[in-house]
Write a protein that binds this ligand. Sequence first.
Ligand code: MG
Length: 373
Amino acid sequence: MSNTTLILLGAGSSSRFKTTVKKQWLYTQESPLWLHVVEHFESSAAFEKIIIVSTFDEIKEMKKFADYIYVQGGNSRQASLTNALKHVTSESVLVSDIARCCIPSEMIERILAAQSKASCIVPTLPVTDTLYLEGQPIDREKTRIIQTPQLSRTALLKKALQTQTLFSDDSSAIASLGAKIHFVEGSTKAHKLTTLEDLQKVTCLKAPSTKTLTGFGIDTHPFETGKKMFLCGVPIDANYGFKAHSDGDVAIHSLIDALLGAAGMGDIGDLYPDTDDKYAGADSKVLLRDTVNRINSFGFSIGNIDMTIMAESPKLSPYKQEMRESLSSLLGIRGNFINIKASTSEELGFIGRKEGVTVHTVANLTYTNWKTL
Ligand code: MG
């Protein structure tokens, strides 16, 4: 039985990674980066427990992939680590950053094999460039680049972090207690993904799968007099609008459900509950933009949309082009990828009796190809 717990830190906002997608949700084949990293650790060594630190929103999605221990992060790396350490009971703890996504198995093995040598085992790299400190060259043989993962005695690390001092890594926290640090050889392959340019350096990652993910959405709203009608964000000239908690844009609601369906992210009611006063009279365009941002940040790109609006009245054909333009701007995709069909129900049922409208939408997503970002 292993006496080591693995903690993977991934609660950062990816703010220096200037794309719509969060770096931990870049896909390599059919796995998001964070899952690729944790599975690689699992295949390299045995751990008593595996703890993944992320944000509230991301943990909700991560749980759908695999059953690990998920812990919400704090405002800093240290706060996140402190939260995770509350769940650690093993003698040692190996802490790594999810963004360091191509750590060779041999490097992980080297660190674990040195466990008995000190209170903290740290992989390092030699400095190959000339270094200056305050205008003077210094002996680079005396310097080291520090990497993660680092293996620490759990009790010591917990104790070292009970301070207001912010440490940049675990070894400096352990060293502050005067405990022994042991260096092992790191690897240039264990590069940390911080900026978009770093994607060229993480050569272990394969391109995402080209699979298409399909989602279907359907929504119905009854007419209500005295309300303004909106469909696909376009004002429609009618004497009535839709009865709804929000602005009642039934077309956007079905589209949101189709997008969430394809992304495996639940439905519109999960994200924007109509029991929440915040969404009373909500502009559905705002909800759609939020959905698109969410889908993009979790690694998906929108392929195409096909929508059928079933309405006996009002006549919608004159609005189709305007609706396409509105959705094109909201979705960030070209108009040729958006198809809008207006249909009737041949006077049958509630649609035929002109009591309301039903909209069906199919959406296709692909994994964002970060190789071309
Ligand atoms: Mg609705």
